[in-house]
Ligand binder design. Structure first.
Ligand code: MOS
Length: 758
């Protein structure tokens, strides 16, 4: 830390309610699509999407729509072809969450593709007119998923040049020498995010300057991507994402519809707001692709793994490089001398998938943690004991040490709280009246990610402070953490701190993703507050200063004063002067090249890196426990309890941390028992919240999230790991393992349904 005055440190670590909470619950909080009052002159857009998955548009009949009173514009590829320049995918050095450009030509590449944009005076007229647009198509055969004729299997390295399948030792020999072997195939379904706030865009031009309000978790990528698409200077484009009503992995980077709304606004010379329907959200945004896995696991009689083979396939689109890769995590989880992975992508005629709630770990650990449970059954060993025998302080693939490895501490704390000791090992042996009772557990792990960020800190003479950064409040509580951190770092009250986020006019920061927000921004904030303290301490202790001759490092900023240890000091107003003091912090994670990282940030590239600075492997850990009740007659499955114990570095706000974790655990329940998008042909057949099932309050069990101490001085300067996604991981396997314990049935395909166990 920069020299000059100590951090007073009173707020961070305490439970604190969300500072923006009152605005949210009273309806004062503004989301992107709330900025559409008629006084703003906003016109409203609606989309027409393709019912066919592949082919060509042969004609439009726009007459009925055009006749509707209030219709302002009808746009198809005949209007917009050539108007949107291509940009690369965010994961391939570009900005887009899909490189497919709707309204570019008459080609249809997937069901639900945008084929027309209608703009009218009101949303109602726009939607009615969109419904009156008639489109004719020449349909061609489409491949909708695994094993469909025409689906193309490719090596991951063909899409992601950095990917390499893992081969360590001799997996076949390790399997041959094993005393016990498990070989099984697992499947997980398509899942869609379904945030409450839809995928909205509002575009308004002021001359050649464009302002876009869009709930995106990377305003920088939207700004730079849109500028590249429309041939503008990035300085002409401002992107604002106020509060975000959930993303869970969607609202990724530049959306396909953003440029279309901007073009319509330009042609009509009106601000245009698009609020697509929930059904359209299934195809204009990204989703978690289906996956299938083959796991082969060998162990000796004592339970030590002799070999692990994880082969996986996931679906992706025809035209994008996004792939959900995950075997590098499963390969590194347990001690094992012989490891082999093989990952493939299967390209089909669907929209491009994307990240969703711990993208790879949710499906990949479902497979591995189910297989580990199967191995425990085969060995007649307690599943926690089996994990203990294969615990490792060192990543078996890279040979690097974990910066901390409190996995078994999580299992011990969780087992204690959950009451694991009352579990009768033999499946089917616990009952509660007509219900079969099962107890299951699984591991959660998530590599720590961290990104460069710039952030401005201001401290005024009256003790008011401001933190400003082009990052985002996605509901995770980062606004609250930044206010708490600034209060500590500047010695002011939390209530005096204003936090400004979600605007490209603010200092550049990265994507809200990979559970990297806390790790990145809190390190940037600590740097900024340290810079302010150093400036004030240097000025006060320098020649002519009121504290001249004192050691600046011993000064304390707080309580309205800048004071020396003996109590002498000066008032804050005097220390900062009438104009206040302001600094720009530029945080770059250890191990990264500073100029490269900051340049990437300024250009809106993704720039996420792994925690631990390359010296150590840094992960968050957790142990998930589930108690399920399966009705002996009907097969109804109820989750009675979920207990998780998590170790994720230093916890800055136990209240919001627990909210993240318990929310994730309930998602995990959904992932195990409810969530599935049904693909029929190449179309999604249940694209709404009536038929796409998510856990409701009545489904939610008793949920407990314990926080396990995890002091880590290697992961980053503050010992932060991030835990936004840790809570969901492994819950599906814990529930499947509990279902097996209750019934003796091993269900290897999610979601688990009553017909699987009746
Ligand atoms: Mo997360 S879905 O990796 O942002």
């Amino acid at each position: 830390m920069a020299a000059g005055a100590r951090d007073s440190g009173a707020e961070l670590g305490k439970a604190h309610t969300r500072v923006e909470g009152p605005d949210k619950v009273t309806g004062r909080a503004l989301y992107s699509s709330d900025r559409t009052g008629p006084e703003a002159g906003t016109a409203h857009a609606a989309l027409v999407t393709s019912p066919i998955a592949r082919g060509r548009i042969t004609g439009f009949d726009l007459a009925a729509a055009a006749r509707m009173p209030g219709v302002l514009g009808l746009f198809t590829h005949r209007d917009f072809s050539g108007a949107v320049a291509p940009v690369k995918h965010l994961m391939a050095g570009g900005y887009a969450n899909s490189t497919h450009r709707p309204l570019e030509s008459d080609a249809v590449a997937y069901a639900g593709q945008i084929v027309a944009l209608v703009v009218a005076e009101t949303l109602e007229v726009a939607e009615a007119a969109a419904g009156a647009v008639r489109v004719t198509y020449a349909e061609e055969p489409a491949a909708g998923g695994f094993d469909a004729p025409g689906a193309e299997t490719v090596r991951l390295a063909d899409l992601k040049p950095h990917h390499a399948d893992i081969a360590r030792g001799d997996a076949e020999a390790g399997l041959a020498e094993a005393a016990v072997r498990v070989e099984a195939r697992y499947e997980t379904p398509v899942q869609h995010h379904n945030p409450i706030e839809l995928f909205t865009t509002r575009a308004a031009w002021d001359g050649d300057r464009l302002t876009v309000h869009e709930p995106t978790r990377y305003v920088g990528a939207v700004q730079h991507g849109l500028a590249a698409q429309l041939g503008l200077d990035p300085a002409q484009v401002r992107v604002v994402a106020g509060l975000i009503g959930g993303h869970f992995g969607s609202k990724f980077a530049l959306s396909q519809h953003t440029a279309l709304v901007a073009l319509a606004a330009k042609r009509l010379d009106r601000p245009v707001s698009l609020v697509p329907t929930r059904r359209q959200g299934f195809t204009i945004a990204n989703y978690r692709p289906e996956s299938r896995h083959r796991i082969r696991l060998g162990a000796d009689r004592s339970g030590r793994f002799t070999a692990l083979v994880h082969e996986a396939e996931t679906v992706t689109s025809r035209f994008d490089p996004f792939v959900m890769e995950g075997a590098e995590v499963t390969a590194s989880l347990y001690a094992c001398p012989n490891i082999r992975t093989k990952e493939r992508a299967v390209r089909v005629d669907r929209n491009t998938p994307g990240p969703m709630r711990a993208p790879p770990e949710v499906p990949f650990l479902f497979a591995l943690e189910s297989a580990v449970d199967e191995m425990a059954v085969a060995l007649a060993m307690d599943p926690i004991e089996l994990r203990r025998r294969n615990d490792t302080a060192v990543d078996p693939v890279s040979g690097k040490a974990f910066s901390t490895r409190p996995l078994m501490a999580c299992f011990d704390a969780g087992a204690q709280a959950f009451g694991w000791s009352r579990r009768v090992p033999r499946p089917g042996s616990m009952r509660d009246g007509p219900w079969r009772v099962g107890l299951g557990c699984a591991t959660s792990v998530r590599p720590v990610k961290i990104a460069a960020a710039t952030l401005r800190v201001r401290l005024g003479p009256d003790g008011a402070a401001e933190v400003a950064c082009a990052h985002h409040e996605i509901g995770n509580g980062i606004t609250t953490l930044l206010a708490m951190g600034a209060a500590d770092g500047l010695g002011v009250a939390v209530e005096r701190v204003t936090v400004r986020l979600g605007d490209t006019d603010l200092p550049a920061a990265g994507i809200s993703g990979g559970s990297s927000t806390t790790t990145s921004l809190m390190n940037a904030l600590a740097l900024g507050c340290g810079q302010i303290r150093a400036v004030l301490a240097q000025a006060a202790t320098g020649q002519g200063g009121r504290l001249a001759g004192r050691d600046p490092d011993t000064l304390h900023l707080g309580g309205g004063r800048l004071a020396a240890p003996d109590g002498t000091g000066i008032a804050l107003a005097e220390a900062v002067g009438p104009g206040g003091v302001e600094t720009l912090a530029a945080f770059v994670p250890a191990g990264g090249d500073r100029d490269t990282a900051l340049a990437a940030l300024r250009q809106g590239h993704i720039g996420l890196s792994l925690g631990g600075g390359g010296q150590a492997v840094s992960w968050g850990f957790g142990a998930q426990f589930a108690e399920v009740h399966v009705h002996a007659e009907t097969g109804e499955i109820r989750v009675a309890r979920l207990t998780g114990a998590f170790a994720a570095g230093r916890i800055l706000n136990p209240l919001t941390a627990r909210s993240q974790l318990t929310g994730g655990m309930i998602w995990g329940l959904g992932s195990a028992l409810l969530e599935e998008t049904v693909v029929d042909g190449a179309a999604y057949r249940n694209p709404d919240l009536a038929e796409y099932l998510v856990p409701t309050a009545a489904d939610a069990p008793e949920v407990e999230a314990l926080l396990v101490d995890d002091p880590d001085d290697q992961v980053d300067a503050l010992g932060l790991k991030g835990l936004g996604e840790l809570g969901i991981i492994g819950v599906n396997a814990a529930i499947a393992n509990a279902v097996h314990h209750a019934t003796g049935r091993r269900i290897r395909r999610l979601p688990i349904r009553l017909e699987d166990v009746a």
